[in-house]
Design a protein around this ligand. Structure first.
Ligand code: 13P
Ligand code: SF4
Length: 305
């Protein structure tokens, strides 16, 4: 049996030998982040995916992230580390429902959170991520925005761009929705000197209480650079562990112990090990037409962002 350290060393050796780039979303566990070539938020990973020079890209995250890599790099072999890892939010809206919404709102630009399937992206105008949404929506040459599927992220964007008209559909992240304003009151009482840092996927009752709202990378940067020493973290709880390693002199508390994304947690270091050995993961295969149409939506994001 290999120890964690031995397995990490083997992964590092095999990924070099087999020309594999490992991308890991910030919600992955710390032992995976340590062996990744790039870690970050959804936007950062999309940029790295477009730049990667290796023949194979292994995405440690959820399915829509691996699909984004394949859309941007059709000639590369793209692997999803654990084929069961999906994002429930990405499945909340399908092509039939969105087509009906588009027909009812023909003069609206359809802005899709990147947490959507490739099929859905084929009928959207532009993708956004939590760190790029405000900038991109501001840059869209239309004042009417149909924002799908995350109403909470959408409401946060709308607040910052009051001059535009927004329409939303009922959707959101089941993980971030677990955090309530009561959690905020309790955490503030227990840690009166801590700054509250939250993700825009949280309910607006929660975000309006925050000292900082931003993507996973945004939250981590804020905590790293801040002169404050205590933080309540309102996003997936793996971020706390990464921050504790990086800033051992600072204190981090979860806004809720329940903010765990079970899909992100499916991938283990052993999955990664099996992928670099060539016996694990799922190769992402996309239909050419779907890929080309979805690419427009992602390229518009990269241009406007
Ligand atoms: P970011 O990485 O863009 O902050 O998004 C978080 C998320 O929920 C990804 O699924
Ligand atoms: Fe999807 Fe939410 Fe998990 Fe992100 S945290 S992958 S949005 S369920």
């Amino acid at each position: 049996m290999l120890s964690t350290r031995e397995m990490q060393d083997e992964i590092l050796r095999l990924k070099k030998e087999n020309d594999i780039c490992i991308l890991a979303h910030a919600y992955q566990s710390h032992d995976i982040l340590e062996i990744a070539d790039y870690t970050g938020d959804s936007y950062g990973l999309s940029l790295e995916a477009a730049k990667a020079t290796q023949k194979t890209v292994l995405m440690c995250g959820v399915r829509f992230m691996a699909e984004t890599v394949k859309i941007l790099s059709p000639d590369k072999k793209v692997l999803l580390s654990n084929s069961d890892a999906g994002c429930p939010m990405a499945e909340q809206l399908d092509v039939v429902l969105l087509s009906a919404l588009k027909a009812q709102n023909p003069d609206y630009t359809v802005v899709a959170y990147i947490n959507t399937t490739s099929e859905l992206k084929t009928i959207c105008d532009v993708c956004v991520t939590s760190s790029s949404a405000v900038k991109i929506v501001k840059n869209i040459d239309n004042d009417k925005i149909l924002f799908i599927p995350d109403c909470n992220l959408g409401a946060w964007v709308k607040e910052q761009i009051p001059e535009k008209q927004f329409k939303f559909v009922n959707g959101g992240c089941p993980t971030h929705l677990r955090m309530t304003v009561r959690d905020v009151q309790k955490a503030r009482q227990e840690h009166p000197n801590a700054k509250l840092l939250v993700h825009p996927e949280c309910l607006s009752d929660v975000t309006k209480e925050a000292d900082y709202i931003g993507s996973t990378t945004g939250i981590m940067d804020y905590a790293r650079k801040s002169t404050d020493t205590e933080f309540i973290i309102g996003t997936e709880n793996s971020i706390l562990q990464h921050l504790q390693f990086e800033c051992p002199d600072k204190k981090f508390y979860p806004l809720s112990k329940d903010c765990v994304c079970h899909n992100m947690k499916l991938t283990t270091l052993v999955d990664v090990y099996n992928c670099v050995k060539g016996i694990g993961g799922e190769e992402i295969i996309l239909d050419d037409e779907v890929r080309e149409k979805a690419l427009k939506c992602i390229n518009t994001m990269l241009t406007l962002g």
